[in-house]
Design a protein around this ligand. Sequence first.
Ligand code: PLP
Length: 395
Amino acid sequence: MNPRLDLLHPYPFEKLRKLFAGVTPAEQRPIRLSIGEPQHATPALITQAISDSFASLSAYPSTTGNDALRQVIAEWLKKRYALKSLDFATEVLPVNGSREALFSFAQAVIDGSKQDALVVCPNPFYQIYEGAALLAGARPVFLNQTPENGFGFDWDSLGDAYWARVQLLYICSPGNPTGRVMSLDEWKALFALSDKYGFVIAADECYSEIYFDESHPPLGALEAAQALGRDGYPRLVVFSSLSKRSNVPGMRSGFVAGDAKVLAGFLRYRTYHGCAMGGPIQAASVAAWSDEVHVRENRALYRAKFEAVVPILQPALGTTMPDAGFYLWVRVPGGDDADFACRLLEHANITVLPGQFLAREARGVNPGQGFVRIALVAPVAECVEAAQRMARYLD
Ligand SMILES: Cc1ncc(COP(=O)(O)O)c(C=O)c1O
């Protein structure tokens, strides 16, 4: 077997199962706020489009996807981010969810002949970035996001010698778990580093459509590149998904968009990888990217939950609204996130994810330590009940 498999860390939910093994939950209805799985209903326009296109199952789909799908995605991107130019034929590719693409991208981008390749990841982070780097033969290095740096990025905390070895950098905005949206100034600094050292930026934007103010959608990476007057999208690829935007995590549909040269290489890799998107999923994706009504309704549901839950948790936990996304990243009283999660299960039958499971120790600290991630994915009433039980327990 590939010895690199042994480098992979257990997934956070495996760690959670182990942590909870000896805990007896309170005798109340269980409420699970640990996993970031959307639970709103899938819009009928999507299921209808799938059942209308079963005939396409009789043909092999192409790895590039149909022109119709790539055109709809390009149009969506242009509208969403006011982009002046984006070529659907060379700057867009459909993928089977952003997770698949975030993983396979590293396999296509990393030059394994260089022994000392580095991949930069945020910390805390989505664990796929680390696994992708390790299996591609690179070493992950972490940029800590802490209250001290406003959960932003201290680019200077990595020295010149490190940056020179970086081949790929993952970034997540809006972030999981912090919900933080990167500013234009942060993008400016990051693009300057990429220009200086030549690394590729993988911008994970799978939470871009979950935000609270309809008039202020989160800034996107392609939008930032355009606003900063860059010539196209050099070494920049964004990863987006229908899973959260359209409540179809089971459909496995997303896209990558950006640097045509990088995408040409990625397409070559994908042809061998065998990850073409099936015809009915492509048809359903066209329907989903063409409609914003269901997306606004979806956002309204999340907004209602945050508006109800944050004031309940604020007095005991100091909880504030995130910039975007559907997580609360909360500092726990006492500072022991694993113990806090166990006590919450024991006293309130609520499951949350200890922050240390979402981060690695870097520069002497695990920046997830002392935090828990609360995913507001359950229905509004359930989220409110969970918040009330938490507040009672903390009282
Ligand atoms: C930060 C982040 N990126 C990517 C994904 C993958 O989403 P999907 O593969 O459904 O697009 C997730 C899923 O939870 C996530 O939290």
